[in-house]
Design a protein around this ligand. Structure first.
Ligand code: C5P
Length: 411
């Protein structure tokens, strides 16, 4: 924990797990955190205002206090917390947050918070695994929200449901809350410091068709590139996102160009790059494509087959050959000798820096919500960043890219 007390906003949702909230509040309090509590209307069916207020050692906020005649905007005041945690997070609360509703104090406050948000869901397994709930979770994660659990174990009253759905325990939640990266003041991550700049970001995998129904690809989710595009847009840049096939919503305010193959991505990125000052290549571009893709589906044969592959154009290297003062950022995934290989790559592709990551670390890289990267420059100097959400990696990446741009232009 930092020397300053953490101002923690605890939102208690309407789940049977809400009864664990007072224990969490006591732990946060003991750890020196300054705690504010919002209880949803449904939460108060499970846990009393008195037990929450006693544990928090202060009055709690609810729809009753929000709708009471009062001069201040209570949701905006509460949103000034350094970190927010939602315990007993229900499917309903996830849906309201993911869709930007503001019909009660909890969801209105969530629209206003700026610090990191940790969701601690509790619901029965059928609900948790429903595509609607998972889509909402994916949306919130794409905004950099964190999740803890649900975990394996009995949920609710005996026999009501086992499986994945039980809320994490208060001790674990308190530790996760206090470990959240400290809230950066709004000025650091949201000043329009990229205003007037055009950024091109590539994201996702490419697909190299062998015939109309078969292709070579990789598991890239696109989350890193979409996080860079959203963050750059929030900081005032004009953003063009060239995306391979992914399951992510288009980031608001960003021009999205959808492509499939590496050759299409090459053409789209080089075209968009003409007017760009910063280019971030997060895409996992397939290295090879079929020399002669078939126009009709190949019939299955009993024997072995071989496919003749030819190399795809290296988009970053092509940009590096005609750099014209642009800032070029690449990513590299390596299984060994990472820094050496990334240094050579940065030199060969004429990139200003490369963010190196390892596919073998759990929860990071392909498909994960976090990333653990090392920034590598062509002169071999490098710095390892802590494990961060992809959105936080995007913030730092753009800080670095802007610094290179300003040094280059003397701005
Ligand atoms: O050589 P390697 O694929 O490891 O380089 C990774 C970096 O180069 C990434 O930034 C990736 O987007 C970019 N790249 C590219 N075109 C390719 C292959 C990779 O722009 N054909």
């Amino acid at each position: 924990m930092s020397a300053e007390p953490h101002r923690v906003l605890v939102i208690v949702g309407g789940s049977v797990a809400a009864i664990k909230a007072p224990s969490l509040l006591r732990r946060l309090h003991e750890a020196g955190a300054e705690v504010q509590v919002i209880a949803t209307r449904a939460a108060l069916a499970f846990v009393t205002p008195l037990s929450l207020a006693t544990a928090a050692e202060r009055e709690i906020a609810s729809d009753d206090t929000w709708f009471a005649p009062r001069p201040d905007a209570q949701h905006l005041k509460l949103a000034r917390a350094d970190v927010s945690v939602i315990v007993g997070a229900t499917a309903d609360l996830l849906a309201r947050a993911a869709h930007g509703l503001a019909s009660d104090l909890a969801s209105a406050t969530l629209l206003s918070v700026r610090g990191p948000v940790l969701w601690v869901p509790a619901m029965n397994e059928q609900m948790w695994t429903h595509p609607a709930v998972q889509a909402n979770v994916a949306t919130l994660k794409s905004w950099g929200h964190h999740f803890l659990g649900p975990v394996e174990g009995a949920f609710g009253t005996a026999g009501e449901g086992a499986g994945t759905g039980r809320m994490a325990e208060p001790e674990e939640i308190a530790a996760a809350v206090l470990a959240l990266p400290p809230h950066k003041p709004q000025a650091t991550s949201r000043t329009p410091d990229l205003q007037g700049l055009t950024l091109v970001v590539s994201a996702g995998p490419t697909r190299e068709y062998l015939d109309p129904v078969r292709f070579i690809s990789n598991p890239s989710s696109g989350k890193m590139g979409y996080a860079v595009a959203s963050e750059a847009q929030a900081r005032g840049a004009n953003v063009i996102l060239v995306s391979g096939p992914v399951n992510l919503p288009d980031p608001p305010g960003v021009q999205v160009i959808k492509v499939e193959s590496a050759v299409q991505m090459h053409d789209a990125v080089l075209d968009a790059a003409q007017d760009a000052q910063i280019i971030v290549m997060t895409a996992a571009v397939a290295d090879y494509r079929a020399a002669a893709p078939k126009s009709e589906k190949e019939a299955k044969t009993a024997g072995e087959v071989s496919i003749h592959l030819v190399p795809n154009p290296d988009i970053l290297a092509a940009l590096g050959r005609e750099k014209a003062g642009r800032v070029l950022v690449g990513f590299a995934m390596e299984t060994h000798a990472g820094v050496e290989r990334a240094t050579l790559k940065a030199q060969r592709k004429n990139a200003d820096f490369i963010l190196l990551n390892y596919p073998t670390q759990s929860g990071t890289a392909f498909g994960g919500d976090d990333n653990q990267v090392t920034l590598v420059r062509p002169n071999g100097s490098h710095a390892q960043w802590p494990r961060l959400s992809k959105r936080e990696v995007a913030v730092r990446l753009l800080d670095e890219a802007l610094q290179v741009y300003m040094q280059r232009t003397g701005a």
